[in-house]
Write a protein that binds this ligand. Structure first.
Ligand code: 7TS
Length: 415
């Protein structure tokens, strides 16, 4: 059991009000709030040891370099990577996927090769592959989403062909909350000689992650969705794979030697970190990881599962609520609930809930092909994290009932 009261006391923003009501923050799949430990780490860095890293020989530069590289070690431990040399810092999960697509795909893919994706991908794990396919002549194939919001795994064997060079899929859907059976899929993909990249933007913040058990070759996630600052993403890839990849961006730091017309590259992972990185935010991301480790990812996952089960049970009892995704709370579902209210546009739902102090997201959630598959233009979405409470789920329900009542009122027209 989490000590939610104590956890909430660490998040200054959670004590603010919105439209005169205590804030209920249920937009954690978009970004999460930050504990004071993370905010303090930023202030501490800028107040005490701000310096560029890897190049200075003065004390401040040494302290900053040590702090930055210590976060690489912590990140490796967090995802059970065998070595911190497989951890590359980027701007966000999106950049991590683009890095891999370019640095691996442009030199490996041939016309007619195939990349297998799924119909439930966020645009970040779709558009980079469209660009890569256009540049190399490779083609894209898609594992379909079944009506219950899970992947149609029975189609996997037919979709995996000898030309499949990569399977790239999300670990957890940012719309449906579905947790995909990545290790099973990775096993089948590897048997056919394909690599596997996992978009862990929605899973790394919420579940214990082990890249070795998942069996993936690469994995991407974002700091800002797991209590850390914006501006930091992570690409994990097997060290031997990173060694074979071309650089993504060229410039300072990523080189070993530079001549006027050619250069040689730094060791991995620094070969992929051109220019001055986001030092302060990486260091503060380390505090976010430490915070999550202290609470425990198993406990966080269990808390969110309980909240989600409670929320689904309550929502199922409200007339006019349409729920998407795996309908029962199973082990294959995380703390994300997409819904619509009959007769109401999700944007109106979002605005009505905001008036009650309840922050959710409404829209296509950067997953337009999935929206088409579900036959909707948009959904409302509530997403939970370690600081959310059952009382907040009750506030969500009250706000939904209030929105339904408000929009049901007959409109009086003055003639
Ligand atoms: N992959 C998934 C599954 C995501 O949910 C997101 C962001 C990304 C990648 C991209 O992360 P970024 O940090 O690079 O932007 N998802 C959402 C969302 O669902 N609402 O806002 C952002």
């Amino acid at each position: 059991m989490l000590d939610i009261k104590r956890i909430r006391a660490d998040f200054p923003i959670l004590s603010r009000t919105v439209h005169g009501k205590p804030l209920v923050y249920l937009d954690n799949a978009a970004t999460t709030q930050k504990p004071r430990q993370v905010i303090d780490a930023l202030v501490r860095y800028y107040s005490h040891y701000n310096a560029n890293i890897h190049r200075g020989i003065h004390t401040l530069a040494e302290e900053a370099t040590a702090a930055y590289e210590a976060v690489r070690e912590r990140t490796a431990r967090f995802v059970q990577a065998p070595s911190s040399r497989g951890i590359v810092f980027t701007r966000n999960a999106t950049e991590a996927i683009n890095l891999f697509a370019n640095a691996w795909g442009r030199s490996v893919l041939q016309p007619g090769d195939q990349i297998l994706l799924t119909e439930m991908e966020h645009h970040s794990n779709l558009v980079p592959w469209q660009l890569l396919a256009r540049a190399t002549g490779a083609t894209l194939a898609f594992l379909p989403v079944a009506p219950d919001g899970t992947l149609s795994l029975e189609e996997l064997e037919t979709l995996l062909t000898p030309r499949t060079k990569l399977v790239a899929l999300t670990h957890m859907s940012n719309v449906l909350g579905t947790i995909n059976p990545v290790s099973r899929i990775a096993e089948r993909a590897h048997a056919r000689g394909a690599l596997v990249l996992v978009d862990a933007a929605q899973s790394a913040p919420h579940l214990p992650l082990d890249v070795q058990t998942l069996g993936c070759d690469a994995l991407a996630f974002s700091s800002h969705k797991m209590l850390g600052p914006t501006g930091v993403g992570v690409l994990y890839a097997r060290e031997e794979l990173l060694e074979t990849m071309e650089p993504f961006l060229g410039g300072g730091e990523m080189i070993s030697d530079v001549q006027l017309t050619s250069s040689t590259w730094n060791d991995v992972p620094w070969k992929f970190e051109a220019g001055t990185p986001n030092i302060a935010d990486v260091i503060a991301f380390g505090e976010a990881l430490a915070y999550l480790e202290r609470i425990g990812m198993d406990a966080i996952h269990a808390h969110e599962q309980a909240l989600t089960a409670y929320a689904i049970e309550q929502l199922q009892d409200v007339d006019g609520v349409l729920l998407y995704g795996p309908s029962r709370q199973t082990a294959e579902r995380g703390g994300i609930i997409s819904f619509n209210l009959e007769g109401l546009h999700p944007h109106d739902v979002g605005t009505a809930l905001d008036a009650e102090g309840v922050a959710i997201r409404a829209g296509h959630h950067c997953a337009k092909p999935l929206m088409r598959r579900l036959g909707v233009v948009a959904t409302a979405r509530a997403s939970f994290y370690l600081y959310n409470t059952q009382q907040e789920v009750d506030r969500l329900l009250e706000a939904i009932r209030a929105a339904q009542a408000f929009f049901r009122k007959p409109v009086r027209v003055a003639l």
